[in-house]
Design a protein around this ligand. Sequence first.
Ligand code: ZN
Length: 538
Amino acid sequence: MTGFDLLIRGGLLVDGTGRPGRPADVGVAAGRLTVLAPGEAPRTGGAAEVIDARGRVVSPGFVDVHTHSDGVTLLGPSGGGSGRALVRASVLQGVTTEICGNCGSGLFPALPERLPAMRAEARITFGGDVGMYADFAGFAAAHARVLRANHLASLVGHGTLRAGVLGPVDRPARPDELRAMCALLDASLSQGAAGLSTGLIYTPGSYAGTDEVVALAAVAARHGKPYVTHLRDEMSRVEEALEEAIEISRRSGAALHVSHHKTAGRYAWGRTERTLPRIAALRAEGMDITCDVYPYTAGSTALAAMLPPWANDGGLGALTARLGDPAERDRMRRAIAEGVPGWENTVGNGGWDRISVACAPRHPQAEGRTIADLAASAGADPLDVAADLLVAEAGEVTIISHSMVEEDVRRVLAAPYTMIGSDGVPKPGGRPHPRWAGTFPRVLGRYVRELGLLRLEEAVHKMTGMAAARFGLTGRGVIRDGAHADLVVFDPAAVADLATFTEPLLPPAGIDVVVAGGQVVVRDGEETGARPGSVLAL
Ligand SMILES: [Zn+2]
């Protein structure tokens, strides 16, 4: 019983399977775990470092199944003053594996001739020059050149894939183009990408019909990897959008994972009373459907996504040109007021008073204020305020949308097939949504300890074992002999999120120790500087 690099002694082991916690010690050697009966290990010696975990929970490292952290570590120290705080926020909440490439958006794959144009667009989406890569192997190689504390896995984003073959155009794919998309997807999945994601409210993914997505999801199915979707509508037509996802899963044979499940906007509040029983019934029939959720009633996205889909046809340059044309602005105003068939109309479902500016690099004075409020101050129409801001910022404006009610969030969190994803968008500058820094401690503090919505073991299972099983993270997400040494030691009485909409990157309370790849990356709630993380090929 000697030779451990690390021994975590005296804690309550919550092993990630959902089983009741039990007292146990955990040893780490050469990046792998050994579970020991309390006191079985020598009290001193035999381990290079001993961590006293009395009064603490020892759990597997958290798996954040939904991030947009594809590029944040590639920004380097030049990623702005908040760069390091942005990168750090995830691991400080206990996340040892991030899954990026969500909502149809990523940094690969694309045909070689499309790479330069897409690299320029990615600069806007990710807040700096993060590159654009032909395939998963290229993406992984770029990440291998920068050190990171925790691990990263990536889905293949359908919007990126589509733009990487067709460009950002509003038309169906020709058969040869669809074949090219399938081939690029197949190559990246063979190299280790985690599955296929779509973002069917976002251009250019929204330009695809159901059949195109079925053909691509069938490629994922052949690899035994899931189809992960930001539904085509999460508002008034959320049930139709869920049915489309179910159809895609059935016809393609791919397992279905619904991203950040929500029923947002006043017409859809309470609709989780219908979507969740539908999912539960399909699961009872044997269908493989899961979802994830973030524990907040506000979402966050790009301001440009508030405009009707035709406004973004042709990409950023075309959008900017349209925004400069008063007649086109009037068309957008009418589309928002009247709706467009098949388009999730966030503003029409809520109002400009629920949309606040999160990040507008050249207009920091607008950050934190709603579009309605900015319009009232300026004596202007809200659409014009939004359009002017987009033009002045060259399209680069992030918003927060206060669009959900707490009852729906709780219902989704409590569903036994729901895992946890921050949907964090770590982009330099402004005031990002606090979910990137607070999601996991918020579930453990607010929803487990304060509200009793979930048992501790259930919540940890959602954050670890359930997520690892869904995304094929073999040997992770569960504490058992021989598993990868990704761990969190936290104080169940103190764990809490401190990040707010005003101070969105404040680290949480109660996350004491984080171990990734067998090394202590967080001690006493602070980064140690160890960088054992890697890109996981699955
Ligand atoms: Zn999304």
